[in-house]
Design a protein around this ligand. Structure first.
Ligand code: SF4
Length: 316
């Protein structure tokens, strides 16, 4: 549990109940940065997709409770098949992950028989099973850069991340047409307006954002593009104290906790991820109390889906 955050008096009993249940079940609570603030406090480990996948693979707990969305819990189950993986809200999906199916990908591969598939980790297990390399926003560039220059690459599902990767890597990957509805709202005009209003600020932008495929933003001296972990660590390396943050609002909670004396301006305050915010503290308690809802990937599918994930985890 993240101890230094004050727990409101009226919620203390619920937090205590969760803590007791967690010990009884030998469970670990993993939460994504986009989870509600209370869940961030209740979590044993808070991270982005890559960090959470790693932690799921390392834990000695019997039960992993994943406060995030389906594809994340599925990934944990693929990595740790001997653990019981629970997701507190059964239908917490992700509109990006739902933008491509395994069947879609199999058909796309038929059109590009020499293409290698690089999939963002925000995909379902059946998509991962059709994938050669899995990536997150932390390691996508590293993975792509180590593939031969003349290798045809099919990238899915996020076209905005794909466009950004094409620009910074000089590749010409084929891109699937899906996007994260949250980050698709961060347009260049909006960001430029914020920069004008706060000329003293640096901008930290997640590469799923649509503005990241705009050369003007890539070249802008105030703009820095990177994964949620990058955004979390950047302020410690900067001499600035004001930051415009271009990612889902949940990340701001953790930034304010880590850097209480700095100012963080939300670029997307009106557009939180409704999927991530579905899970409440009561759902987490019920997950531990009733052992629900278990996420289990069938073994034949898991054996295929683990291959691109392991490649990703090996490359760092
Ligand atoms: S923020 Fe976007 S990619 Fe992340 S869970 Fe929500 S819809 Fe999916």
């Amino acid at each position: 549990m993240i101890k230094e955050v004050q727990i409101p008096k009226e919620r203390k009993a619920l937090f205590d109940e969760i803590e007791a249940l967690k010990h009884k079940e030998n469970a670990i609570i993993l939460a994504h940065y986009y989870a509600l603030p209370e869940l961030q406090v209740a979590a044993d480990f808070l991270g982005d997709s890559l960090a959470l996948a790693r932690r799921a693979g390392e834990t000695s707990a019997d039960v992993i409770v994943f406060c995030g969305v389906q594809f994340m819990a599925e990934t944990a189950s693929i990595i740790s098949p001997d653990k019981r993986v629970l997701i507190p809200v059964k239908d917490a999906g992700c509109s990006l992950a739902e933008g491509v199916t395994g069947k879609d990908l199999a058909q796309w591969k038929k059109l590009h028989p020499k293409g290698l598939v690089v999939s963002y980790v925000n995909t379902t297990a059946d998509v991962k099973a059709e994938t050669d390399w899995c990536v997150t926003s932390s390691n996508a560039l590293k993975v792509i850069n180590q593939l031969p220059n003349d290798q045809e690459i099919l990238f899915c599902p996020d076209k905005n991340l794909g466009k950004y990767l094409n620009m910074v890597s000089g590749r010409n990957m084929e891109l699937w047409d899906a996007s994260c509805y949250v980050h698709a709202e961060l347009k260049t005009a909006k960001l430029k307006q914020l920069i004008e209003e706060h000329p003293e600020a640096e901008c930290l932008i997640h590469p799923e954002s649509i503005c990241c495929s705009d050369q003007e933003i890539l070249d802008h001296p105030h703009c820095h593009i990177g994964s949620t972990s990058f955004i979390m660590n950047y302020p410690a390396t900067s001499d600035k104290e004001t930051f415009i943050v271009g990612t889902e609002s949940g990340a701001i909670t953790e930034l304010r906790r880590r850097y209480p004396n700095y100012t963080f301006i939300e670029a997307l305050p009106e557009n939180p991820c409704e999927h991530m915010k579905q899970t409440k503290l009561e759902d987490l308690r019920d997950a531990l109390l009733y052992g629900r809802y278990e996420v289990k990937v069938p073994e034949d599918l898991r054996k295929k889906a683990i291959i691109p994930i392991e490649r990703m985890l090996q490359i760092g």
